[in-house]
Design a protein around this ligand. Structure first.
Ligand code: ADP
Ligand code: MG
Length: 510
């Protein structure tokens, strides 16, 4: 007797259908699994056998073969337990043939038949919808993830008996209701921190506002204790909330590594990832023998904050270059390949020299020129070139620190940022990108006409200050964002001037 049930696995952040076929034939009782199952899948044999028995059903004492098709792709994870069990029970005629045909099924079984959560349920649900399934059967703990997808029945189950009763027609399972309110409520971003707590530092704040408005990468340089980390942590408070599609992409990545909290309300917030500088290349960009997304993908559509940038391994920083350019990272292994999106805003902070006091007026700095050179050289030119905004964060003056005047709040800054973003979306409509930082040469030619005196200024920057072509384009992009913030239709000379001022490394003033 042959039976077939559809399940799902994930490649990158996309789910694809795996057919679970079971054949029971006469012969000595054996249980074989074929179709490139990895260890965790092969072990499912014992779980499935025990779960079926402990739920009171009989396990066939015949020759049993399970095939996972397509057979040339490695199958991992524990999600095949439930579909294998269902397929066996169809083959033994406990479940009517064809009952499970309209559903994608995934779930791990415990020995007593309870169903445990699995990873990547959101990509599975999206796949089920795209492939036209009526619904998806998934563990109860993964319910909220799957219920972000509208238009399919999401059936969340607790144990094997419940699934058997459902397919046999004894008991219905109520599909989860997609709570539009919840989905729309979105990330009602509420923060404990606010920009008004940062005293002074007007120049750095302005730079972060521009960066947030155009999604530009930023590097902050300044002595210890000047508030660099403080400023970076407050960046999410001025970023616009995620659109529904952006939030789904963030949720898919979180779902793949099982990071989504089952009881979280609403869609995910804009990510803010701050990995420690001891992180490995694979941890940062993704990888491992079994491809998994790294910090840059977890920061997709959000902020990747690298504090104390020169302390990171040089290698780890170099591998950032390609994803910074492409907005995605492709991880290829001998037996697997995965593409993960990684469109993030890089925010980095560093001291100007090893002791940190180079730019300090007190003259405390004791670093020698070669020491400074060595420290700086950890950040390669090509990486620096890709950072649109490089800003100095000097020591805060006491008069600023003790000032009783409350600084501007995050919500006020955010309003300006949102307005500037709206301008960009209108202009870049139909280009497939949403913000200025993502403009390439084609977009620059189409949308960034420069005034005559602006051209002259750029000419000087390139010919006299020695800016690279990439830096020159980056100035135009930042100039466009400044114009958007100032609600100016055209880019003016002063906008470009401010953008040049925001490339302090290139101007060699540090
Ligand atoms: N501009 C500022 N306004 C208010 N407090 C500040 C400011 N700069 C620094 N501080 C205080 O100093 C502490 C250290 O700042 P931090 O951001 O960690 O400095 P950095 O990262 O530049 O070394 C902060 O937690 C805060 O209490
Ligand atoms: Mg710091």
């Amino acid at each position: 007797m042959l039976s077939k049930v559809d399940s799902c696995t994930v490649e990158g952040i996309d789910g694809f259908v795996v057919e679970v076929e079971v054949d029971i034939s006469n012969g000595l009782p054996t249980f074989n699994m074929v179709g490139l199952p990895e260890v965790s899948v092969r072990e499912s044999k014992d779980r499935v056998r025990a779960a079926i028995k402990n739920c009171g059903y009989s396990f066939p004492m015949e020759r049993l073969v399970v095939n996972l098709a397509p057979a040339d792709i490695k199958k991992e994870g524990t999600g095949f337990d439930l579909p294998v069990a269902v397929a066996i029970l169809i083959a033994t005629k406990l479940i009517p043939e064809g009952a499970a045909a309209d559903y994608l099924i995934s779930g791990e079984l415990s020995l007593d038949g309870r169903i445990k959560p699995v990873k990547a349920v959101l990509p599975y649900a999206i796949c089920a919808k795209q492939k036209g399934y009526k619904g998806i059967i998934i563990p109860k703990e993964n319910a909220k993830e799957a219920s972000m997808v509208k238009g399919i029945d999401v059936l969340a189950v607790k144990n094997l008996s419940q699934v058997v009763d459902f397919f046999s027609g004894f008991k219905q399972i109520e599909p989860l209701k997609v709570d539009d309110q919840r989905v729309q409520k979105d990330s009602r971003d509420r923060f404990q921190i606010d920009f008004s707590e940062v005293q002074g530092q007007q120049y750095a704040k302005r730079a972060l506002e521009i960066a947030a408005a155009g999604f530009h990468h930023v590097l902050m340089t300044g002595p210890p204790g000047s508030g660099k980390s403080m400023l970076a942590k407050r960046l999410p408070t001025i970023l616009p909330k995620l659109s529904f599609d952006e939030a789904i992409d963030v949720a898919r990545i979180q779902s793949v590594i099982g990071l989504m909290e089952s009881d979280s309300e609403g869609l995910p917030k804009r990510p803010f990832r701050a990995p420690h500088h001891t992180i490995s290349d694979a941890g940062l960009v993704g990888g491992g023998s079994r491809p998994a997304p790294g910090e840059i993908s977890l920061a997709h559509n959000g902020v990747l904050f690298l504090d104390e940038l020169p302390e990171f391994k040089r290698n780890a920083l170099e591998v950032l270059r390609q994803p910074l350019e492409d907005g995605c990272v492709c991880i290829a292994r001998a037996n697997a390949k995965a593409v993960y999106p990684s469109l993030f805003m890089l925010v980095a902070a560093m001291n100007p020299c090893p002791c940190g006091f180079l730019s300090d007026a007190s003259g405390k700095c004791s670093c020698t020129a070669p020491q400074i050179q060595r420290y700086r050289s950890k950040i390669s030119g090509p990486l620096l070139d890709r950072i649109d905004i490089q800003v100095e964060v000097p020591k805060v003056e006491y008069k600023d620190l003790s000032s009783k005047v409350k600084a501007e709040s995050s919500s006020k800054i955010k309003n300006r940022v949102i307005h500037a973003r709206m301008q960009q979306e209108k202009r870049l409509n139909k280009t497939g990108i949403a913000c200025n930082a993502l403009m390439d040469n084609r977009h620059l030619n189409a949308f960034c006409k420069l005034p005559y005196d602006g051209e002259k200024l750029l000419e000087q920057a390139v010919d006299v200050l020695g800016f690279s072509a990439r830096a020159c384009h980056s100035i135009i992009r930042v100039g466009r964002t400044i114009a958007d913030l100032e609600q100016s239709k055209d880019i003016l000379r002063e906008h470009l001037g401010e953008a040049i001022g925001l490339r302090s490394f290139d101007r060699n003033i540090l």
